[in-house]
Design a protein around this ligand. Sequence first.
Ligand SMILES: [Zn+2]
Length: 436
Amino acid sequence: MERRCVHRPDRRTLIKIAAGILLAPATAGELFAASSPAFLIRNKYSQLNRTRPQRQSTKFIILHTTEGAEAGALNKIRRYGEANYFVTKAGVVYRIIDKRRIAKHTGRSMWDGLTTIDNYSIGIEVVGYHNKDIRDSQYDAIRELLRQLKSLYDIPDDHVLTHSMVAYGRPNRFHRYNHRGRKRCGMIFAQPEVRARLGLESQPDHDPDVKAGRLRVADKKLFSFLFPEIPKPVLVASRENTVPPPPPPPKIEIPDASFVIGSSNTAWEIARERYDHASTLYTFPNGTKMSGDQISDWARIPAGTRITLNEVEDEDFEGFLEIGKDGDTAEELAGEYYASSTTIYFFPDGYIRTGAELKETSAGRGLLKKTPKKTMMLIGYIYGGRVKASRPAVNIAGRKWNYPSTYYRYPDGTILSGDDINPKKIPHNTFVFFQQ
Ligand SMILES: [Zn+2]
């Protein structure tokens, strides 16, 4: 019989092992403290996760506040795949959409000329309100999550933005131009003290799209909050040649908004883009109540009318605008692009044309001038043509074929987004529209 050779550790090895066991808890404790206490990420993936396409590039991290209670917000965000991460009140992080895939979180958005920022960013939804400080446990969790993501994607601190920084509005009754100031979401994360606690050492000092003239400022107060002038240390020549410490940043506080309409407090100031929404309630001084969608005469809302908001994160994807609802004319909605080849008109009778096509005929020019009510528009889109057996969607829209921002119009008039499409079931002669 063969004797099995059993290796017996000698005494010195045993001492080392024993010392290792004794050292282990202390070492683990140090590592634990070095990152953050109890940083936990749990999977709570949305059912849409598997179908969302991967982003081609990741330039930004966008911070949001839920503006509502945790349970309801989590349900909705999971159902619609509206964030990559969700940070609870207790500071636990949930994965909703894989970090490499597109989450629908910024809606109509622009930063430095790029539009639909979902296609370039990771979205983090934090349980809380735009004007209230978050909890210590949330600071710890977000700081660690940001540290990991910034390092993984090589994202600089001034590319960690808030939803309110990147959201923009199309012209409306109150602002007849493309504007910044559509949302207040996440604005607390623009405050320098808050950013410092999150380990963010810099922030954008100006709005690149306003500076370039692509957007105009629709709210000066919000704007100066989002892009504060941060005092820079000044070099002063002195005998000791020392640099004086920078003055402390100004304490900026977000005032509680008044919900009563007055001469300088319009319905838009109070309710923003939800001013004409069915869930926004107006109580007139005489006690009559109306919802936003029932009001047509916006010039005659009496001072003293109180607005009750059901303000949850509610993001319409960059997409269709409606004549008669979002604006009265095509030019009001699309500005200089109303007759462009990348502005697409869907007339109520099923007729579809680009602005450039309409401009070529006198009948088309008439339609542009007096666009029928309920005409839908897409701005900044390419009309890709029709799906055929020899021309599947992927040959038309390329890698954007299943982007949530890509739209399919079936021959029966149904419109589906790339999010909802089954590539094997797209009928022939379906039109495809995708963003530039
Ligand atoms: Zn948001």
